[in-house]
Design a protein around this ligand. Structure first.
Ligand SMILES: C[S@@+](CC[C@H](N)C(=O)[O-])C[C@H]1O[C@@H](n2cnc3c(N)ncnc32)[C@H](O)[C@@H]1O
Length: 274
């Protein structure tokens, strides 16, 4: 048997064990990036094989925590892809103005930078008081950071540039206070945000939304899993609701393709029409 086949078997066994014992289901994550990250964890744990990792992860919940953190890529920034937020202002905000109350689901929100970006934008557009933002992620550790809303001060220069490119209307520093090399975002931005754990692979819909944003999460899933998530979003979006995806993600060639039209502006905003 080829070494590669053995590696695939070991990965399947590892993921099956984690799923059965802890309930986290990574079995349909995209294989190539999954493999890379699993080997990184193996080295970090000073192990030499996937089976070795399986043993450790199943017997040591702290190792499982570390596994979960390393496996979920949590990279995010404020006003990431500023043009996305600019188009949100130009194309999505006018639609939102027609709603008396706006429910937003931010799925895979990581440490919250995108959620605060959206809260700031909605505040500037005079809509925040009408909004409820549900920000979810599989990973409890990043959710804790998101709830705190405290980020390294040295990132603020970059975030300020993004904010301005996204059509920001004020001085970005108005939204946070600085202390001990950190930026602490104003608590009024949190007032309408609910952070909670939600796993897109196994959990169901929990509300009906006018907007769902899920960016840079589906790229880690295989086709089967992406399909599950698109079904979940379809169930959760109101008629004419909007789904926003990441740059490399698309609704093209999915069974729901015909149910949505893409908004003009080149960003991945899809409006549910059926
Ligand atoms: C690369 S980050 C994207 C963060 C943010 N949306 C952005 O674009 O900047 C991907 C996030 O997806 C989360 N994630 C991975 N698998 C998930 C799942 N099954 N359910 C919910 N969130 C998941 C990870 O924990 C991580 O925080």
């Amino acid at each position: 048997m080829l070494r590669e086949q053995l590696e695939d078997i070991e990965i399947q066994l590892l993921l099956e064990g984690i799923h059965r014992y802890y309930g986290f289901d990574f079995r349909n994550y995209a294989l190539a990036s999954l493999k890379r990250r699993i080997w990184k964890i193996i080295r970090a744990e000073s192990l030499t094989s996937i089976s070795g990792l399986q043993e450790k992860v199943l017997h040591d919940p702290e190792c499982m925590e570390r596994f979960l953190c390393s496996l979920s890529v949590n990279v995010t920034t404020m006003f990431r892809d500023p043009n996305f937020f600019l188009m949100f202002r130009k194309k999505v905000v006018p639609i939102l103005r027609t709603y008396p109350f706006i429910r937003v689901w931010h799925a895979g929100c990581s440490s919250g930078e995108e959620v605060y970006s959206l809260a700031i934008l909605l505040q500037e557009e005079g809509l925040y008081h009408r909004c409820r933002l549900y920000a979810t992620d599989i990973n409890e550790m990043v959710l804790k950071k998101a709830k705190a809303g405290i980020y390294p001060l040295d990132a603020m220069q970059y975030y300020t540039q993004n904010y301005l490119q996204a059509g920001g209307k004020k001085a970005f520093s108005e939204y946070y206070t600085s202390a001990y090399e950190h930026a602490i975002f104003s608590s009024y931005l949190k007032e309408n945000i609910i952070f909670s754990q939600h796993n897109l692979v196994i959990d169901n819909s929990f509300n009906e939304f006018n907007i769902i944003l899920c960016r840079n999460v589906l790229i880690y899933f295989n086709r089967f899993l992406q399909q599950r998530v698109f079904n979940l979003f379809h169930e959760s979006l109101v008629q004419f609701g909007i789904l926003g995806l990441g740059r490399q993600e698309t609704m093209k060639f999915t069974p729901h393709e015909q149910d949505y039209e893409q908004l003009e502006g080149g960003e991945k905003f899809y409006r549910r029409i059926r």
